[in-house]
Write a protein that binds this ligand. Structure first.
Ligand code: 5GP
Ligand code: ZN
Length: 125
């Protein structure tokens, strides 16, 4: 059976699965057993890092359903990366669904620092 973005396995056509596999280069800032983090290619803030589970799932809710502990790990890595980048204060955004601006259907947290998000209208995505 072909693997795809819906079944939770590595998706052959998923950009972030390819980054996880090292098939596409990225600017990694964290590499763990179950989570990686790398700089967004189109940063919307002075710090704009994507925190990504290695396991493919289409969005944060799907990751939560499959493995709630992994969502905790994502939050912990977001805090660690922000801290290492010098940001005690930062924003975490998880666009879910195309109408909400999601363009990559592999779970990721945007971790943003150094830009004041004064309203929900200037969030990236
Ligand atoms: P979404 O719109 O799905 O919430 O966020 C996807 C993010 O992935 C965007 O902020 C976009 O700039 C970023 N992105 C898209 N392609 C690449 C890539 O090839 N490398 C990196 N590092 N980021 C990417
Ligand atoms: Zn994927």
């Amino acid at each position: 059976m072909p693997e795809n973005a819906e079944n939770g396995a590595t998706a052959a056509d998923c950009l972030f699965c390819k980054i996880v596999a090292g098939e596409i280069p990225s600017n990694l800032v964290y590499e763990g057993e179950r989570v990686i983090a790398f700089r967004d290619i189109n940063p919307q803030a002075p710090m704009h890092v994507l925190v990504v589970p290695r396991a493919h799932a289409p969005n944060l809710a799907a990751t939560a359903a499959a493995d709630p502990g992994l969502v905790g790990e994502l939050a912990t890595v977001a805090a660690e990366v922000a801290g290492e980048e010098g940001y005690s204060d930062y924003n975490v955004v998880a666009n879910t669904g195309s109408e909400a601006g999601q363009t990559i259907f592999h779970t990721h947290l945007h971790v943003l620092g150094g830009r004041k998000l004064t309203s929900l209208t200037n969030l990236p995505g």
